[in-house]
Design a protein around this ligand. Structure first.
Ligand SMILES: *[C@@H]1O[C@H](CO)[C@@H](O)[C@H](O)[C@H]1NC(C)=O
Ligand SMILES: *[C@@H]1O[C@H](CO)[C@@H](O)[C@H](O)[C@H]1NC(C)=O
Length: 428
């Protein structure tokens, strides 16, 4: 069983050495089947070859008796294995052993059925085997159904997170070195042709995130950049190699070095936290020309309303704050990151959530679904005189003309999601 998992993984690793493109199978599921299924089956058969050959080689009058014992041994072994799986599964999570339990029950029934038939008819006739297989039809169908669903789900998820495909595992009783050799060659063939295929198409697109990031202070724009992030194993250099118009738009010389491109600073993707933790990588490109606010444009910002101090404990204070969304209309979410000696706030029943790991203690709060024409009011409570650092990120659906132009340069095999984010920081 272990070999059935180890061999495909080994093949996947070896395949990546010469290939520059990961996930070629993504838009062509049959490639994954061709590459990983035969070698997985071969992995299951290899241990049986030696047993089968030993039994054959002993060649004595005993051989058929031995074969029969081996046969029954593996049948009862399978029942024992699934029963054990059901017991462990149920112990860990109630209801989790259902699958193994079904298999164990049906195998048990099939074994007694086989014994009855074998007593009536000659051993190893085709009829015997067909009846045996038929009696297992229910668990086989359930397995197939679950397997296909799992495969589809994994395929979907891997497009987001990027990973090595899980091998299909199939059990077959045919164990001969020629068949195993054939299966292994089939997999190697699959692995060697796969780099010829482009990993994405319109139906299985590459997911890219494009953000126009405005760093603001009051009603001033300090910087306007483009940030690009990808989720899977094929990096941004892979995208730029295939879409030359994008690096050109971003003002990069042909043959530029990726060492000169900076990664997005931390906090860039705060507006979509915690999705940002799924990113494989993210880069920042400066937009070049200076961005000037239009006459009727106002930026989102935080207004300090008043501070109420505790008479008994002057260090303890409650700060009343408002978020003004400026002239934004299509706000998807606003995220606050509050760092410092916070003891309470007006959100979520005045209880603080768990501290986010890493860095100083900070609390993240997401606000969404409120009318943007009204200011959002809340209060924060601290019990020391030290100030609180409040970072605000507002994600808006509306794009400016430049970002819209850039978005349309991406080809149809890329599903690019774009938004404008306004970042600002306050000490209160
Ligand atoms: C929140 O702010 C703190 C302090 O600046 C920082 O260390 C932390 O990474 C921020 N969290 C997020 C999710 O950006
Ligand atoms: C402030 O509150 C925190 C958490 O409740 C507590 O650990 C800390 O000792 C308090 N500090 C002061 C100065 O009261």
């Amino acid at each position: 069983m272990a070999l059935a998992l180890v061999l495909p993984v080994l093949l996947a690793v070896i395949r990546l050495l010469p290939a520059t493109t990961a996930m070629s199978w993504f838009a062509h599921p049959w490639l994954a089947v061709l590459t990983y299924v035969p070698i997985s089956v071969a992995g299951m058969l290899i241990p049986r070859i030696s047993v089968a050959e030993k039994l054959m080689a002993s060649g004595s009058i005993d051989a058929s008796g031995n074969m029969k014992r081996f046969d029954w041994g593996s049948r009862w072994g399978a029942v024992a294995m699934y029963s054990f799986g059901a017991a462990v599964g149920t112990h860990l999570i109630p209801g989790n052993g259902f699958f193994s339990f079904i298999w164990a029950c049906f195998l048990l029934a099939a074994n007694s059925l086989l014994k009855t038939i074998q007593a009536k008819f000659r051993r190893s006739s085709l009829l015997n085997f067909s009846l045996y297989a038929l009696s297992l039809a229910v668990p086989i169908l359930i397995s197939l159904y679950v397997g296909v669903m799992l495969w589809q789900t994994l395929q979907e998820k891997m497009g987001m997170a990027g990973s090595i495909p899980h091998p299909f595992v199939a059990g077959i009783w045919l164990a001969s070195s020629r068949i195993v050799l054939f299966l292994v060659s089939l997999s190697i063939l699959g692995a060697s042709v796969s780099p010829q295929f482009f990993p994405y198409n319109t139906y299985a697109p590459k997911r890219i995130l494009l953000q126009r990031t405005f760093s603001t202070q009051g009603q001033r724009i300090l910087g306007a950049d483009y940030d690009l992030a990808v989720f899977d194993a094929n990096s941004l250099p892979f995208v730029f190699k295939n879409v030359e118009a994008v690096p050109k738009f971003l003002g990069l010389e042909p043959g530029f070095s990726w060492k000169t491109v900076s990664k997005s600073p931390s906090g860039t993707w705060m507006a979509i936290y915690p999705i940002s933790r799924l990113f494989v990588e993210s880069y920042r490109f400066s937009a070049g020309n200076k961005v000037v606010l239009k006459d009727d444009q106002r930026l989102p910002h935080i207004i300090l309303q008043n501070v109420k101090e505790d008479i008994l404990n002057p260090d303890r204070k409650r700060i009343y704050v408002e978020i003004d969304m400026g002239s934004l209309h299509e706000v998807w979410a606003s995220v606050l990151n509050i760092t410092g000696p916070l003891t309470s706030w007006s959100f979520s029943d005045e209880r603080l959530p768990e501290v986010v790991n890493g860095g100083p203690p900070s609390y993240i709060c997401r606000l969404s679904g409120k009318d943007t024409s009204e200011n959002w009011k809340f209060w924060l409570e601290a019990n020391t005189s030290k100030p609180l650092q409040v970072d605000l990120a507002v994600l808006d659906h509306e794009l400016d003309d430049d970002t819209r132009t850039l978005l349309h340069l991406f080809p149809s095999w890329a599903a690019t999601i774009a938004g404008s984010t306004y970042l600002s920081s306050y000490l209160i």
